[in-house]
Design a protein around this ligand. Structure first.
Ligand code: NAG
Ligand code: NAG
Length: 375
């Protein structure tokens, strides 16, 4: 065989392999947000099919979606910048976020009334188009009563109708519409309108993390993003996915979330350093803006600086490491690959991570993406 022919064969074979990672029937996504201080130009967008730019804000007075003047320059150039390394990557503007109770109250109020819903919907579509995004993502964390869940459903239906109408009048491909939702289809006593979600959105991002972090009820170590809970009493990604699927969400509308960050605790006793051991509260290490959440990049530094050997727990699918009284629970690349394999085996649409700036030189993003190319 001539070398030219060989190159053609290799190129053809590679394109078949790569097609599986860029086709629209799979989602390999991550979120980026400006406070991470991670430059947009440093995102290796070749490892993703979709990128979420977070967050646009809901103005509680006017019910309009806006981009703050600080964020505007980065948001308006986001799509163009990430396309340089991957011309086919799709971008979505994410609205809201899990900031505080006043943000979720603003969503509840907006969704309760047809006029404010229309203001929200119209302004979100205008903002996405004028800033070059391919879609919109609703991050209302979380609707918490039956009424709020119903209003959430109504909002999604009207959002879809408006997006369809806009696409036919503008002649552009319809905006993708997604939402980031609680890991489980029931948020305490309130239940998501799963059928409406399935009919209205392209997919939902299941936030299967933040299971062990500071709250009034929890001051013990634990896997922050367990895929399985052997005792079947606590939260886990698998338990959450199962509730959504059993409630009628098609598997191809479910995208599994995992964290590119961990959670650091101060142990009460340096010798009691496993899961579910007592702490005196979240720990703070150099480079962390506040106690608790710690990026994978800083976790790697902690491991090297202290010469510690991390523990991988394949039963829960999670990792931890400790030195003295500092203990950190997180996902390393092995756990990420197991979760990507899980998503594939369950027939889910894909996976996403929060957040790209917490990774260590794209180690975790690469682990997930390469797994799907070769298996
Ligand atoms: C909640 O978050 C919003 C938006 O980030 C901020 O303007 C507001 O001050 C915060 N409120 C509280 C009580 O922290
Ligand atoms: C993994 O964690 C679970 C839950 O704490 C525990 O039951 C199990 O023994 C651990 N497995 C290993 C190998 O440490």
């Amino acid at each position: 065989m001539s070398s030219t022919k060989l190159i053609i064969y290799i190129t053809f074979f590679l394109s078949l392999l790569l097609r599986s990672s860029s086709a629209q029937d799979i989602v390999k996504a991550t979120y980026w947000f400006p406070k991470s201080e991670f430059p947009v130009a440093d995102i290796d967008s070749s490892l993703f099919t979709h990128l979420f730019c977070a967050f646009a804000d809901l103005n509680p007075q006017t019910n309009e979606v806006t981009i703050s003047s600080t964020n505007q320059p980065k948001f308006s150039t986001f799509t163009q910048t990430v396309r340089e390394r991957n011309p086919s990557v799709k971008t979505l503007l994410s609205i809201g976020g899990g900031g505080n109770e006043s943000i979720s109250a603003a969503f509840a109020s907006m969704a309760s009334n047809p006029n404010s819903r229309k203001t929200f919907i119209d302004s979100s579509i205008t903002l996405a188009r004028s800033n070059g995004f391919n879609g919109l993502d609703l991050d209302w964390e979380y609707p918490k009563t039956e009424t709020e869940m119903n209003n959430f459903g109504t909002l999604l239906q009207e959002w879809r109708s408006a997006a369809t109408a806009e696409a036919s009048s503008s002649g552009s491909p319809p905006l993708l519409l997604t939402a980031a939702v609680f890991y489980s289809s029931d948020h305490y006593s309130a239940i998501y309108p799963v059928q409406v979600v399935a009919n209205s959105l392209d997919w939902v991002n299941l936030m299967a993390y933040d299971f062990f972090y500071r709250s009034d009820s929890s001051s013990i170590t634990g896997p922050p993003a367990a895929l399985y809970d052997p005792s079947n009493t606590g939260p886990s990604g698998d338990a959450g996915v199962s509730t959504w699927i059993q409630a009628g969400l098609p598997t191809k509308k479910a995208v599994l979330g995992f964290p590119f960050y961990g959670y650091a605790w101060s142990l009460s006793n340096a010798n009691a350093n496993s899961y579910y051991d007592a702490t005196t509260g979240p720990a703070i290490l150099p480079g962390m803006p506040e106690a608790g959440a710690i990026t994978y990049g800083l976790i790697k530094k902690f491991i090297i600086d202290n010469g510690v050997t991390p523990v991988n727990n394949a039963t829960v699918v999670g990792d931890y490491c400790y030195a003295g009284t500092t203990w950190i629970g997180y996902d390393d690349s092995q756990s990420i690959v197991t979760k990507v394999r899980y998503a594939k085996e369950k027939g889910l649409l894909g996976y996403f991570s929060w957040h790209v700036g917490a990774d260590d030189n794209s180690e975790l993003a690469r682990a997930g993406s390469f797994f799907l190319i070769f298996f």
